[in-house]
Design a protein around this ligand. Structure first.
Ligand code: ADP
Ligand code: MG
Length: 359
C-alpha cells in the first residue's frame, strides 16, 4: 500500500480576472511518496508554481483535496460549496514542516547570514543557546560556516541559495519545495545546489518537490517526473520511464534539450553525409535503456544481415545507475535486410526513430 506524504487530488485553481477566468491548474492529481525527489517540469505559465503553492495552502484550490502526511489540509468538490479547511493555527505549524526555496532567494538584505537563518526559528520552542547551535549546524550542513556574519550582498548567487536552503531547513521539515531554485544560477553553481539537494534527500530523508523549466535539473536528482502544460500534467513516470519512452511531444522536447541530442541531430543532419544519403540507407536514432545495445548488437547487424551501422554520434546518460543511450546511426544494406535488422533491434528493446531515408 502506498502512503503518499503529499496527496493532491483533482486540484483545480481558477483565478477570476475582471472579465475572464484563468484556469491555472486543471484537475491535477499528484502523489508524492516519502523520500521522492519529484520533478515537475514545464514552461513558464504552465501552472507549476500555482500547483505547488497548493501543497501548503499558500494557494487555496478552487476544488480538489490536499492531504499532507495523512492530514486533510483542504477539500472541496466542484459541485457543492462545502469546504473542509485545516484550522489556521494548525496550518501555521504544519507549514513550518514544509520548507520552500525560490529562484530569487528571498533573503533579508539588512540581516546577516546567521540572522536570516535564525529568523525562521522565531516561533520555535528552542532556547537561545539551542537556536545558536541549530543555526551553526545548518550553516555547516550547507557549507557556509565561514560566511555566518556576512550580509547577502557579499555572497554569490549559489551562496545566497545555500542560506535560503539552511533557512528552509531550520524547522526540520519533512518536505522541501524548490520552485525554480537554480534558474538564476550558472550551470556549475546549479550542479552544486542540485548536489546539495540530493545530499539532503539521501542523508535527511527529505522529500523534495522540484519545479523547473529545465529537464537537466530533473535529470540530475529526480526519481519521478511530471510534465506540465497549460495547467495539466500531460505525462508522468519514473525518471527512467520518462527518459526512455517519452510519449508527449513536449516531453521529447525537454529531453532532447537536456541530452543535447537536439543539437547533434541538427548539426549532423546538415552534413553532406546525410544531405546526400544513399537511396537505401537509413539515418536513424537508436535509443535504449540498460545494457541492451553494446557492441555485440551493432556488430550482429553486420554478421546476421550484412547491414553496416555507421555511428555518427553517441550519448549515454546514467540515470539512477542505469545507462540510457542515444545513437545517431546510418544503416546501410539491402532494404529487406535493413528491415530485418531494425526488427531485431526492436526485439532487443531498442527504440528506432527514422530521421531520414526509407520512404
Ligand atoms: N495570482 C494570480 N492571479 C491571476 N493569474 C495568475 C495568478 N497566479 C498565476 N496566474 C496565472 O496562472 C497561470 C500559471 O502561472 P504559474 O503557476 O505561475 O505558472 P509557472 O509557475 O508554471 O510559470 C499563468 O497564466 C499565470 O498568469
Ligand atoms: Mg513559476
Amino acid at each position: 500500500m502506498s502512503n503518499p506524504i503529499i496527496a493532491l487530488d483533482n486540484i483545480t485553481v481558477t483565478f477570476q480576472q475582471k472579465k475572464r477566468a484563468i484556469t491555472a491548474v486543471n484537475n491535477v492529481s499528484i502523489h508524492v511518496e516519502r523520500g521522492d525527489v519529484y520533478g515537475i517540469v514545464g514552461y513558464s505559465g504552465a501552472g507549476k508554481s500555482t500547483l505547488v503553492r497548493v501543497i501548503n495552502l499558500l494557494q487555496e484550490p478552487t476544488s480538489g483535496s490536499v492531504v499532507v502526511n495523512g492530514e486533510t489540509f483542504f477539500q472541496a468538490d466542484d459541485t457543492s460549496s462545502k469546504k473542509v479547511r485545516i484550522a489556521t493555527n494548525d496550518l501555521r505549524t504544519r507549514r513550518r514542516k514544509i520548507g520552500m526555496i525560490f529562484q530569487h532567494f528571498n533573503l533579508l538584505n539588512e540581516r546577516t547570514v546567521t540572522e536570516n537563518v535564525a529568523f525562521a526559528l522565531q516561533h520555535s520552542k528552542l532556547t537561545d543557546k539551542q537556536r545558536k547551535e541549530k543555526v551553526k549546524e545548518l550553516l555547516e550542513l550547507v557549507d557556509l560556516s565561514d560566511r555566518a556574519e556576512q550580509y547577502p550582498s557579499q555572497l554569490s548567487g549559489g551562496q545566497k541559495q545555500r542560506v535560503a536552503i539552511a533557512r528552509a531547513l531550520a524547522n526540520d521539515p519533512e518536505i522541501l519545495i524548490s520552485d525554480e531554485a537554480t534558474s538564476a544560477l550558472d550551470p556549475k553553481t546549479t550542479n552544486q545546489i542540485l548536489a546539495l539537494l540530493k545530499k539532503l534527500n539521501q542523508e535527511l530523508g527529505l522529500t523534495i518537490v522540484l519545479i523547473t523549466h529545465e529537464m537537466q535539473a530533473v535529470k540530475e536528482i529526480a526519481n519521478k517526473v511530471a510534465v506540465m502544460q497549460d495547467g495539466e500534467i500531460i505525462e508522468r513516470g519514473t525518471l527512467l520511464e520518462i527518459f526512455a519512452k517519452p510519449t508527449a511531444q513536449l516531453t521529447k522536447e525537454f529531453i532532447e534539450t537536456a541530452t543535447n541530442i537536439d543539437k547533434a541531430i541538427t548539426t549532423i543532419s546538415a552534413q553532406p553525409l546525410i544531405q546526400n544519403l544513399h537511396d537505401d540507407d537509413l539515418f536513424v536514432r537508436l535509443s535504449y535503456v540498460g545494457d541492451t545495445t553494446d557492441e555485440p548488437l551493432i556488430a550482429g547487424l553486420f554478421r546476421d544481415f550484412q547491414v553496416t551501422a555507421n555511428i555518427l554520434y553517441g550519448n549515454v546518460e546514467v540515470l539512477q545507475n542505469t545507462p540510457v543511450g542515444s545513437l545517431l546511426v546510418i544503416l546501410s544494406g539491402v532494404p529487406d535486410k535493413i528491415k530485418a535488422a531494425t526488427s531485431t533491434l526492436a526485439d532487443h528493446h531498442v527504440e528506432i526513430e527514422v530521421l531520414k531515408g526509407g520512404k
